[in-house]
Design a protein around this ligand. Structure first.
Ligand code: PAF
Length: 280
């Protein structure tokens, strides 16, 4: 497994790879969710590359950039067991040299939900992902459904800028009690960790109602909201039932299904989760 930091070394290593390349972009502090992406990439490509970069431009001024968990040594140990060909862990200066002023902005689908709560977040994500696609020229890139809006933004980006690659979305990996895996779960104390199970419980309640025939989006959103309200440590930021492609809020869940998503603060930790209803 080659571990590189500079663009120049990455380009040289990329040129030496023949056959398809699957890229798994990450911010490190890898967990089973990331590893499921690596496994899928391994199964579908001749070569697998992983990027590890805590991208400063996707964090707001009052967000957790400085304390975001990092453990490159452990990440590399984990990846060594997954037959990864190439790991790229650049410095911020490598990706954002002095004078950097070019941004990629995906407009409409970046605006609601996470984009509304975290202004500038998706501009940072889209910019770094475009740079990664340019640097690796992968045949496929793998992202987790946990960041559902991010996937919608990146699919739009890839189409609009004609990146010749396939975006592969992989299912959310959960703890046995339903909590979606996230590097940020490490922030939760024991009491908050227990309280955080309310996210998936709330989504499951609405999913069961949908399975029983409920199609009124207001009713589904309200069900999620009232389940969240039962947990004293949880503070809802938003609950959404939106069109899975445009992310416009729905009145009724039609044949195109719905992305039911939420953001919740548990203590000081911000968590997100989602489920697709009537997945096409
Ligand atoms: O999902 C993430 O870990 C990040 O947003 C990504 C896609 C690696 C871009 O920094």
């Amino acid at each position: 497994m080659l571990t590189l930091t500079s663009f120049a070394d990455l380009r040289a290593a990329r040129r030496s790879l023949t056959g398809s390349l699957g890229l798994v972009p990450t911010m490190g502090y890898l967990h089973r969710g990331h590893l499921s992406l690596v496994e899928r990439a391994r199964a579908e490509n001749a070569h697998v590359a992983v990027s590890i970069f805590v991208n400063p431009t996707q964090f707001g001024p009052n967000e957790d950039l400085s304390r975001y968990p990092r453990d490159l040594t452990h990440d590399l140990e984990l990846l060594a067991g997954y037959h990864v060909d190439l790991v790229w862990a650049p410095t911020p200066e490598e990706l954002y040299p002095a004078g950097f002023q070019t941004w990629v902005s995906v407009e409409q689908v970046s605006a609601p939900l996470e984009g509304k709560q975290r202004p500038g977040h998706f501009r940072g994500v889209a910019t770094v992902v475009a740079k990664l696609f340019n640097a690796f020229t992968p045949d496929r890139a793998y992202f987790g459904q946990k960041d559902a809006q991010q996937v919608v933004v990146i699919r739009r980006l890839a189409r609009d800028l004609n990146f010749p690659l396939e975006i592969v979305t992989c299912p959310i990996v959960r703890e046995p009690d339903g909590l979606a895996l996230s590097s940020r779960n490490v922030y939760l104390n024991a009491e908050e960790r227990q309280a955080a199970t309310v996210l998936s419980r709330a989504l499951r309640a609405a999913e069961a109602a949908f399975a029983a025939g409920e199609r009124d989006a207001d009713v589904l959103r309200a069900m999620v909201g009232s389940a969240l309200a039962q947990e004293p440590l949880a503070r809802e930021e938003y609950v959404s039932a939106a069109d899975p492609e445009t992310l416009a809020e729905l009145e009724t869940v039609g044949p195109g299904g719905a992305l039911l998503s939420l953001a919740v603060r548990v203590g000081k930790t911000r968590l997100i989760d989602n489920v697709v209803l009537g997945a096409p």
